[in-house]
Write a protein that binds this ligand. Structure first.
Ligand SMILES: [Zn+2]
Length: 93
C-alpha cells in the first residue's frame, strides 16, 4: 500500500508548521504559518519537493536534455523552465 503524503511548507521560511486557513475568494486553500506568521495560498499542484526539484535540476544541468528529463521524471518542460528561472536569482560569475 502506498501512502501519498504531501507536505506543504511555508513559502517564506520553509517551515512545516502551517495550518489551513480556509480559502480565498477564488477558492484556493490558504495557509497560515505558525513559525513566521505568513499567510499564503497553498499550491494545489505542488507535486515536487524542494529536494526533488534539486535532483531534477541537477540532472538537467548534467545532461542538458530537457526531453530526457521529461521522460525520466515526468516533469513538464514549462515546470522545469520555471524552476530554472527561479534558481537564477544569484548573479552568474
Ligand atoms: Zn513561515
Amino acid at each position: 500500500m502506498i501512502i501519498e503524503k504531501k507536505v506543504h511548507v511555508c513559502r517564506k521560511c520553509q517551515s512545516e508548521a502551517i495550518v489551513k486557513n480556509g480559502a480565498n475568494g477564488s477558492g484556493s486553500p490558504q495557509y497560515h504559518c505558525k513559525t513566521c506568521g505568513a499567510y499564503g495560498v497553498l499550491e494545489p499542484r505542488q507535486d515536487y519537493t524542494e529536494e526533488e526539484k534539486e535532483i531534477i535540476i541537477k540532472a538537467y544541468q548534467e545532461r542538458s536534455s530537457m526531453r530526457g528529463i521529461e521522460r525520466t521524471f515526468g516533469v513538464c518542460r514549462q515546470t522545469l523552465n520555471a524552476w530554472l528561472k527561479k534558481g537564477r536569482t544569484a548573479p552568474t560569475p
